[in-house]
Design a protein around this ligand. Sequence first.
Ligand code: SF4
Ligand code: SF4
Length: 74
Amino acid sequence: MGIRSINVKLCTGCGICVDSCPQDVFRMSEETDKPFIAYQKDCESCLICELSCPEEAIFVYPVLERRIPNPLDC
Ligand code: SF4
Ligand code: SF4
C-alpha cells in the first residue's frame, strides 16, 4: 500500500522527504511550496520519508501491497 498521505497542515515544506525518497515518489508543488505524492505506485514502503519528516506529517502504510501481476506491465 505504501505511502498514504501528507498532512499539509503539519508540513512546513522543508523538502526533506523529497530529497530522501529513494523511489522519487514526491514532487514539490509550485503553488503551495509543499510536496505531493506524484508516483504512489513506485513507493516501496521503506518508511524513510515518514521517519525523516521532522513534523511527523507523513503516513506510510508499512506493508507493501501484493499486486496481481499484469502481463502487460512486463
Ligand atoms: S519532510 Fe515533512 S515537513 Fe518536510 S516537506 Fe516533507 S512532509 Fe513536509
Ligand atoms: S516510504 Fe520510502 S519509497 Fe515510499 S514514499 Fe516514503 S521514502 Fe519513498
